[in-house]
Write a protein that binds this ligand. Structure first.
Ligand SMILES: [Zn+2]
Length: 449
């Protein structure tokens, strides 16, 4: 156990012992704003190096006493009591931690029953930090609970019971550009470029309406992505939003720009202002689980087999999530000898998509589904030789080729005509960055021979 003064102590109280209202409001809004971006990267925070940062060490009484320049004892009534920082261990419990801090079960009970939001303490996880401030008589005066790298709760003894304050740090946002050429798979290329999984998944989401990341991706395709990275005290916390991206696929180029319209809606648009969000996904499943390497058989849609085949087969490991290709309603879901576990989704009047051989279904007949919602998992139920998704696309009851039908579907939404000048203006900087980066990359290629 080490004694540090956590950063929380830097927040000053008003004379009435309450934190300024304005600060609380700010903390709350920052929490909300950060919530979304941090949700995108569940694995990253865990991955990030955990370092406890000793702050304001010069204020520590121990350090002050050892300093030859300042031998006078600190005035007791003004000295900030040292905080004791405790890291939650595997298998730890609140009562065990309190007992280690020489705090009675009664104090723990008082904290849990009087402090708003103290219930959060029941969810402590190994690696998290708790800090205690204990006065000379051994009484707990304050306690802080670091929820994650940005957020903490501070419980302080008031006149009756404990008060709670939510604190949020604001991360610094840095822009990063990354690019990669596909040599074996998109996933591998992203890894080589140092782009983490959350960004590559988001990239696939953004282009999921124009590219089938299982069948369309080719060797020598390349992408450029401009995105945000979040830092706190110089430490990288994770990725934020993708601001712009470009994907070069077999000689075609797709660009996408993040744009917040005048109503505040956020979406990705092509350079001409068409929404990247199409009525249907090009591939109704998670490509990262499939493209561990290039399999030439997967590069060409397999339409011809011995029996007439009316859909696309996606070979994928059992358990790979299968997504609803578009918004709709589950027209049927069940099991049959041939189809195994199946789900049929009706999209408006004209369109129907079918998903066969599922290991398990996640939806039932009548359910409303949103595009990219998991409706089941890849399996090999029914007449299937191995785990794969058999996917069909029907227009007015007639089977169509899922790989080509999407180009004949209803046009995507566009940026409001009146808003186009604003849109063009907002994306111009990103457009230039992408262009410059692409040019540099080509130059590098020539150079490399
Ligand atoms: Zn099939």
């Amino acid at each position: 156990m080490q004694k540090w003064i956590p950063k929380r102590h830097a927040v000053r109280k008003d004379s009435d012992g309450k934190f300024p209202r304005r600060h609380l409001a700010l903390a709350a809004s920052t929490l909300i704003a950060l919530g979304l971006s941090l949700l995108l990267l569940p694995g990253e925070n865990a991955e990030a190096k955990r370092t406890a940062i000793p702050l304001n060490l010069e204020l520590s009484p121990a350090r002050a006493a050892s300093s030859p320049a300042d031998t006078a004892p600190l005035p007791i009534e003004e000295a900030e009591k040292p905080w004791t920082e405790v890291q939650v261990k595997p298998g730890d419990s609140l009562s065990a931690i309190f007992s280690r801090a020489n705090l009675s079960p009664q104090i723990l009970h008082e904290l849990l029953t009087t402090a708003p939001k103290a219930k959060a303490l029941n969810k402590i996880r190994p690696g998290q930090q708790l800090s205690f401030q204990i006065d000379d008589s051994g009484e707990l005066t304050a306690m802080s609970y670091q929820l994650d790298k940005l957020n903490s709760l501070v419980f302080e003894r008031g006149v009756t019971g404990f008060n709670t304050t939510e604190l949020a740090e604001t991360p610094e946002i840095r822009q990063r550009v990354a690019s990669a050429t596909i040599t074996s798979s998109l996933y591998k290329a992203a890894q080589d470029a140092g782009v983490n999984q959350s960004i590559i998944m988001e990239l696939a989401n953004i282009f999921g309406g124009v590219l089938d990341f299982v069948y369309d991706v080719r060797k020598d395709d390349y992408f450029i992505v401009i995105y945000e990275e979040l830092y706190l005290n110089g430490e990288r916390l994770g990725s934020g939003q993708i601001l712009a991206a470009q994907y070069f696929n077999q000689g075609r180029s797709f660009e996408a720009y993040r744009y917040i319209n005048t109503k505040g809606d956020v979406d990705y648009f092509s350079e001409s202002g068409e929404s990247m969000r199409k009525a249907f996904l090009r591939a109704p499943l998670d490509f990262t689980r499939i493209s561990s390497g290039f399999n030439p058989q997967r590069l060409h849609p397999v339409f011809k087999t011995v029996r007439p085949h009316r859909g696309i087969d996606y070979a994928a490991p059992r358990g790979t999530p299968v997504y609803a290709a578009g918004d709709g309603r589950v027209a049927d879901a069940g099991y049959s000898k041939a189809n195994g576990n199946y789900v049929f989704i009706k999209h408006g009047e004209a369109y129907m998509t079918k998903y066969l051989h599922l290991h398990k279904r996640a939806v039932s007949k009548g359910d409303r589904v949103r595009q990219r919602e998991t409706i089941g998992w890849v399996g090999s139920t029914g007449y299937a030789t191995g785990p794969h998704l058999h996917y069909e696309f029907l227009v007015n009851g007639v089977h169509r080729n899922p790989a080509t039908i999407v180009t004949k579907l209803p046009p995507p939404t566009k940026v409001n005509a009146g808003e186009m000048p604003i849109f063009k203006n907002q994306i111009s900087g990103m457009q230039l960055q992408l262009k410059t980066y692409a040019a540099q990359r080509n130059y590098t290629n020539v150079d490399a021979g």
